[in-house]
Design a protein around this ligand. Sequence first.
Ligand SMILES: Cc1ncc(COP(=O)(O)O)c(C=O)c1O
Length: 380
Amino acid sequence: MGVYETLFRFAEVTHKYMGDPGTHPWAQGFPLTTQLPGGPPLPESIAIAAVDRMYPKADGQMPLREAIAAYYRRVHGAKITADHVMVFAGGRPGIFAILAFLLEDWQVAIEETEYTPYWDLLKLLRRPTVLIPSHVGNRFRPTLDDHPRAERTLLVKSNPLNPTGVTWTGKDLQQLVAFYSQPGRAALLDEAYEFFHDDGPVSALRHVDDIDATNLFVSGAATKGLQVPGMRVGWIVAAKKHVELFRNYSSLGMGGVSRASQLYVTQLLEPSRVDLATRAVAAFYGAQRRAFGDGLRQMGLELFTGDGGFYHWCRLPKGLTGDTFNERLMQHDAAILPGRLCDMARRGDRGPLGDMFRFSFGPLTADAVQPALQILRRCL
Ligand SMILES: Cc1ncc(COP(=O)(O)O)c(C=O)c1O
């Protein structure tokens, strides 16, 4: 049940909903939904005409699909068109569709430490899974040599990775893309945190020559970087033949995505606005990553955080588990995500990730740094 387990426990202990004013939602993965320093304003309204009250197109409205494709072409030099883009109601529904329609005799390769819902999805869909080692021993930084060589394998990977923030870029990312572009291989690269990277946005699409010749699926969303989780807009970029399959699925199982949300997000992708947003996100969250990183290290926590995302991936002192730490934090209306929920083998509080936790600074403003560090220090 992933993060919901923590949310329910929080409500039980504090009689509050995590995220309500006065709570400290460090377990949750949402960004600020207010204007960032130096960032563009977030529109407060959209105009809706009669045509916008009609059913949406199954694969997404053309202006949004065009805007998404144009963004990847302009920023990453991607060789794609709107025909390679399928719009979903957020990031997770696209990920679900890929795993649901994966052929039965394919296996999934996944890093041992990953985004918590992947585990639930793989279990629910009964997908055979091979783990790529990612633990304290390799500092949560596996290399391509650690990946399975068997054919009929789909890699599922977030990049930047949630919870570690470790980000594959440059030559490493290029080699990863080349490896999974081979026949008999496939990859879902989940780029929900694309904008949250110190050196600017990162995308696998930068390294794809002819997406139609691959089984690569690049997942993006307006949820984090564009700061609108409530709009529920995400997308998958893939070969045209896969987009057609998603379109058929949408017409029988989803009915498209809210036109109002699509209109809203299309505005957010206007080139000069999006450039301002990418710079502001990287600058603001980079500064927050450093401020929290310094504070967490000073209190004696070992950090394994990379240079992306909006999480710190921390190791507790010996004898303290993520769950025990959370019970203490909840006395202060605060909570973190226990590391065991990022364990793709779910080995529990006594397993290899039992003493790890994910600290989210996604929803925190700059003036929340010191009060947050104070609570954490007291609970340690
Ligand atoms: C790695 C990763 N992928 C996808 C998502 C999904 O976002 P959405 O809320 O749009 O489904 C998240 C959100 O936390 C995430 O962390």
